[in-house]
Design a binder for this molecule. Structure first.
Ligand SMILES: *Cc1c(COP(=O)(O)O)cnc(C)c1O
Length: 426
């Protein structure tokens, strides 16, 4: 037996503590298997996964079609770099652009790389198409944003913990209040050097803040009016999570008429990641039409792994699963059920203040301060009761199961959550 096999959960956690950088604070549960909405720990205990790796695993753990595509491609060709063509990338590029309704895609790997790519693309467009003087471009961003962890992207974060002692920071960003159209218009008017507006249609990391219904479409109209690119970061909200293909966009492929159709806005630049691979591999993408994407020429941007054949083959499978298994409709219907059941409970609760969200991206706000450990303790108790979720910003718990969850499972999970909250009622 190898050393690894003999270790129990505490032993494995101790290894991470000793040999790994302490850049995360995980819930103490050590997982070694996943299937659909379930994960299992090293002792064989089964849990519902209500984080879905921050909405990467929308299609469910180890989806056979996605893993099949991965294995099949991994046995043929894994990486060529973009120095040569590979036979998977072109077909994927056609598939993904038609799927989301854009002329072109620029393939990357992680979410933050796709955000970086979008920012570079936006700046280049501003200089070469809009005619902004070099080095003068400004991009508007929102308070409470989360777009990843690179130096440029933390430059415009308000999370002091994420920024402290990582400066100096990248210039060229203007921060405004989220969900505030006057603030946006004031910023758009403030200078002729505004290149873009980068926004999350729902702020996931901030605690699942859902803006007013009209916010996205009005923001897009304002951007059009001032000739500024509207850049939607849908790394977390995209790909069926919120009950539409994109939280922001009219390219909804659902069978029924979307109830939110009238509020949709089509971004100039769309950023995707996470569920683009169903969590099986890092795959991200930036989509835009030719008038924007064509400003990038050979040698000006790239990535060794971006657009590799495994990513290309697997992303097609991951997006097909979204349609084949009606994940958009499922997220919408079960999301409503989740919020209505929790609202019934919260009505008479001292522990939970409110539930908010859209589709299956939801959060419950706990009646305590951000510094308190109540939400953490509730997550620990939910773990013991067979459901995994994690606090964000101290007193908010995000609930985002894989979108393949069915109604029976969802009701079982609601019962676990309510039972746990009851343990904390005073
Ligand atoms: C997770 C996330 C990112 C960063 O993705 P990584 O793959 O972790 O780099 C960017 N934007 C949003 C909205 C996210 O949720």
């Amino acid at each position: 037996m190898s050393v690894i096999e003999k270790l129990n959960a505490d032993g494995i956690i101790a290894l991470e503590n000793k040999y790994g950088a302490h850049n995360y604070h995980p819930l103490p549960v050590v997982l070694n298997r996943g299937e659909g909405v379930y994960v299992w720990d090293v002792d064989g205990k089964k849990y519902y996964d209500f984080l879905s790796a921050y909405s990467a695993v929308n299609q469910g753990h180890c989806h056979p079609k996605i893993i099949g595509a991965l294995i099949n491609q991994a046995q043929k060709l894994t990486l060529t770099s973009r120095a040569f063509y590979n036979d998977q990338l072109g077909p994927y590029e056609e598939f993904v652009t038609k799927y989301f309704g854009f002329d072109k895609v620029l393939p990357m790997n992680t979410g933050v790389e796709a955000v970086e790519t979008a920012l570079k693309l936006c700046r280049k467009w501003a200089y070469e198409v809009k005619g902004v003087a070099e080095h003068e471009a400004q991009i508007i961003v929102c308070d409470g944003n989360f777009h990843g962890r690179t130096t440029t992207i933390i430059s415009f974060s308000n999370d002091e913990n994420a920024r402290k002692n990582f400066g100096p920071f990248t210039k060229g960003f203007i921060k405004i209040a989220y969900d505030n159209l006057e603030a946006l218009e004031t910023a758009l008017k403030s200078s002729k050097n505004i290149a873009g507006f980068l926004v999350e249609p729902i702020q996931g990391e901030a605690g699942v803040y859902t803006p007013e219904d009209e916010y996205m479409i009005r923001a897009k109209e304002l951007c059009n009016q001032y000739n500024v690119l509207f850049i939607a970061d849908e790394v977390q909200t995209g790909i069926a999570r919120t009950g539409s293909l994109l939280a922001v966009c009219g390219k909804c492929t659902c069978e029924n008429q979307c109830e939110r159709q009238k509020t949709y806005a089509t971004p100039d630049i769309l950023i995707l990641g996470k569920a683009l691979s169903g969590g099986a591999y890092p795959v991200s993408a930036v989509l835009a039409n030719d008038a924007i994407m064509n400003v990038i020429k050979p040698g000006q941007h790239g990535s060794t792994f971006g657009g590799n054949p495994i990513a290309a083959a697997l992303a097609i499978a991951a997006l097909e699963v979204v349609n084949e298994e009606h994940l958009i409709q499922n997220a919408r219907v079960l999301g409503k059920l989740f919020r209505s059941k929790l609202n019934e409970y919260i009505h008479n609760s001292n522990v939970a203040v409110l539930v908010r969200g859209r589709g299956l991206l939801n959060a419950v706000v706990i009646n305590d301060t951000e510094e308190s450990d109540t939400a953490w303790n509730i997550c620990m108790a939910m773990r013991d009761n067979g459901l995994l979720a994690k606090p964000t910003h101290g007193n908010i718990i995000r609930f985002a199961p894989p979108l393949v969850i069915n109604e029976v499972q969802l009701l079982h999970c609601v019962a676990i959550i309510i039972k746990t909250l009851r343990q904390f009622e005073k």
